[in-house]
Design a protein around this ligand. Sequence first.
Ligand code: FE
Length: 134
Amino acid sequence: MTEKIVKTPEEWKEQLNQNQYEICINHGTEPPFSGKYNDSKLEGVYKCVCCGERLFSSDTKFNSGSGWPSFWKPISENKLEYISDTAYGIVRTEVNCNKCGAHLGHVFDDGPKPTNSRYCINSISLQHEKDNDE
Ligand code: FE
């Protein structure tokens, strides 16, 4: 079982900048092609920007053309929380960090083999392990 991190909105506001709060806590979406990891070829692990949990490896990153960093699988399934999202009258699967609940993005079933999954993740929700800027 993942040990959960629970923080109040005030605590998150103190820790995060305004964009991070909007995406991760208010379940927002960054504009396509705006995020710093969309085209990133950095090798290594992408962590949750809110709690540091190791979520995705660069080995599973691919160019989906969507404008968001895309991965065909997480480091392990128990890193993520999957929620049915029916906003805008369409059914999508939202993915959140299983440790802290931060919103990450959505997963679709039109990805590459072997999983056919496309995890479409906001750059703002991620922090690459070799990237020290905010
Ligand atoms: Fe997290």
